[in-house]
Design a protein around this ligand. Structure first.
Ligand SMILES: [Fe+2]
Ligand SMILES: [Fe+2]
Length: 392
């Protein structure tokens, strides 16, 4: 295993690849240096999830800024909770799946499987990766509850922030459920390998580098919701191209939830820009310098130590989520929060503003200079589709 230094690159679609080579579950910096990689392989630990090798900063926002979020309680109730849908008006996975209590159940499954047979393996890699990402939901609720000033202190806290987090989680929970059940019924994928990947991923957590800061946290979630909106939207489009309108509807419906979530999170950050433009522009630049890592970046199936990079490469090739999308999302957020028009910033704030406004074209230039990589990937076996080979 080569030890690569972090590099400035946006070539991997879902996540910047700077940590890829450090991500093996068996990698341990200290023992690597003293004994070499061979011995590291032999070290038996009862449980050793993949992890990232950078310093984890905690509680970086001072208490007086955390107070801002407490003072926004009423604002959040009136402006953020309105983006939640009442449960009775929400779709449920069962609305899109064969009804096990109906006489036509077996016939409906047969139809679903006939349609699924028309779809190529590479599409299933994307759908499985998206499903696994959704299924690691416990991690995302945990992540939101790491944020100072907005966390759910009791598990049933009545604050607007905690109410939002629980209801958001409950909405998101339907995404993984629906995709999981669909994929199970399709008969196209190795469910046990997928289930192992989910267990590994939840066990590993995620490392979004948000430092317990609600500024960084809500910038991260704004980016993420838009990224998932784009990728589910593209899987919907591709399902339609493959003639599966039911699957297209499934992915499209999930995408529309993500859009609503994006609206809520970007509204929170918009408010922060209004109250504390300097602090917010610095947080935005900070987050983009670290790069937005995707929620499932620590994905592992027990076999492929670079599973996430491989999944991302297929997503890039199929145009489901690409380096261009990364730049587009950033550009969208810079526009949405009117970063260019901010005035009265400190010298540091102006530097951050300048950095952010120049970043999207810079990412695009880097992307254009990566010569023809999308067409040149090798084929590798994916355990999710019974080790059949899929082109990267
Ligand atoms: Fe989701
Ligand atoms: Fe979402």
């Amino acid at each position: 295993m080569a030890l690569k230094l972090p590099s400035f690159s946006f070539l991997s679609s879902f996540a910047p690849p700077q940590m890829a080579s450090l991500r093996s579950p068996k990698f341990c910096m200290a023992s690597m240096l003293s004994t070499g990689p061979k011995e590291v392989e032999n070290v038996k630990k009862p449980f050793s999830p993949p992890r990232e090798m950078h310093v984890q900063i905690t509680h970086s926002v001072p208490p007086e800024k955390i107070e801002i979020f407490k003072s926004l309680e009423n604002w959040a109730e009136q402006n953020i909770l309105v983006h939640l849908k009442p449960v009775e008006k929400c779709w449920q996975p069962q609305d899109f799946l064969p009804d096990p209590a109906s006489d036509g159940f077996h016939e409906q499954i047969k139809e679903l499987r006939n349609r699924a047979n028309e779809i190529p393996d590479d599409y299933y890699i994307i759908l499985v990766g998206d499903m696994i990402t959704e299924e690691a939901l416990p991690t995302y609720q945990t992540m939101l509850n790491t944020l100072d000033g907005v966390r759910d202190e009791t598990g049933a806290s009545m604050t607007s922030w905690a109410t939002w987090t629980r209801a958001w989680t409950a909405e998101e929970n339907r995404h993984g459920d629906l995709l999981n059940k669909y994929l199970y019924l399709s008969g196209r994928v190795d469910m046990k390998q997928i289930e192992k990947t989910i267990q590994y991923l939840i066990g590993s957590g995620m490392d979004p580098q948000t430092e317990n800061s609600p500024y960084l946290g809500f910038i991260y979630t704004s980016f993420q919701e838009r990224a998932t909106f784009i990728s589910h939207g593209n899987t919907a489009r591709l399902a339609k191209d493959h003639g599966d309108f039911n699957l297209a509807q499934i992915c499209g419906t999930i995408a529309s939830d993500e859009k609503r979530h994006e609206t809520a999170y970007t509204k929170i950050v918009e408010k922060l820009f209004e109250i504390d433009p300097d602090g917010t522009v610095l947080a935005f630049a900070n987050m983009m310098k670290k790069k937005i890592s995707m929620p499932a970046h620590l994905m592992y199936d027990g076999r492929d130590h670079n599973l996430f990079e491989h999944f991302s490469a297929v997503a890039q090739r199929l145009g489901v989520y690409t380096a261009k999308d990364y730049a587009d999302i950033l550009e969208f957020l810079v526009g949405r929060w009117q970063v260019e028009k901010l005035v009265g910033l400190s010298a540091e704030g102006r530097k951050a503003q300048d950095f952010l406004c120049r970043l999207p074209p810079r990412i695009r230039r880097l992307e254009e200079r990566a010569p023809g990589r999308a067409k040149q990937g090798p084929s590798i076996p994916f355990s999710w589709v019974f080790n059949r080979e899929v082109k990267l």
